[in-house]
Design a protein around this ligand. Structure first.
Ligand code: URA
Length: 235
């Protein structure tokens, strides 16, 4: 597939089409080492296009896995704590978070520029499973497990859908949800008189957090992983 050079520049940088055309006309863009001044010049994914010394990313969409570190915020606003500050410019300009994690929650966060992908994973109809490793202030009581799993009423009257809880040790468990209410895990454990002291997301749908990523590290998803996420997993 080929696209126009000004369109490729606009998409990869986030600038307007008119600006992109002007940059091309002024000779600010090279294609495979040659200055090209024609805005309608055809380029494809295999061409190397340079603008201001940086290679343009011509991929239609970006799909990224981040191991979110503590203290970062899921926002596209350009603030110091934004998870987007962990990415180079070319990614930062395009990405948004697929769902949100709290500032103190760590682990698997997906980012993309593909609205359909976001919708498939996050809409209430499709809501993919999300698994969290939970550390608790108090030992988890056996009698609390069916309460959490069965669907419960939170402090503001909201109700939760059935989920799975797996006890790992007295103060640690895993919980798998297929919805994403605000502070849901913390509020569910608060509703049984406990308190979450650490929360880490370890899986979304069929995709586990890559164990080789340290907190703050990220990588592009593979084609297989993108396909895995598109396959439905049932609770
Ligand atoms: N539940 C929470 O309480 N916090 C998160 O970040 C995710 C799920």
């Amino acid at each position: 597939m080929t696209v126009r050079l000004d369109g490729a520049l606009a998409k990869a940088t986030g600038m307007g089409r008119k600006d992109a055309r002007q940059y091309v006309n002024r000779g600010a863009v090279t294609v495979n080492g040659e200055v090209i001044r024609k805005a309608d010049f055809s380029v494809s994914l295999s061409d190397e296009i340079l603008f201001r010394g940086e290679t343009l990313d011509l991929r239609e969409h970006l799909y990224v896995m981040l191991c979110k570190p503590e203290g970062t915020v899921c926002t596209t606003e350009d603030v110091a704590e934004s998870v987007l500050r962990l990415f180079p410019d070319s990614y930062r300009k395009r990405l948004f978070c697929v769902g949100r994690l709290d500032k103190d929650t760590t682990g698997l966060l997906l980012l993309t520029d593909d609205g359909d992908f976001d919708h498939r994973l996050m809409s209430p109809k499709h809501h993919a499973e999300k698994e969290y490793a939970v550390t608790l202030a108090q030992p988890l009581k056996e009698t609390d497990i069916p309460l959490l799993e069965g669907g419960m009423t939170l402090e503001n009257g909201e109700t939760t859908r059935p989920c799975r809880v797996e006890k790992i040790s007295d103060g640690a468990c895993r919980i798998t949800l297929c919805e994403g209410k605000y502070h849901q895990v913390k509020r569910m454990f608060a509703a049984v008189g406990n308190r979450v002291t650490a929360l880490r997301r370890i899986r979304i749908g069929n995709l586990p957090l890559d164990p080789t990523l340290a907190d703050g590290e990220w990588r592009d998803l593979t084609e297989e992983e993108i396909a895995l996420l598109s396959a439905k997993s049932e609770l």
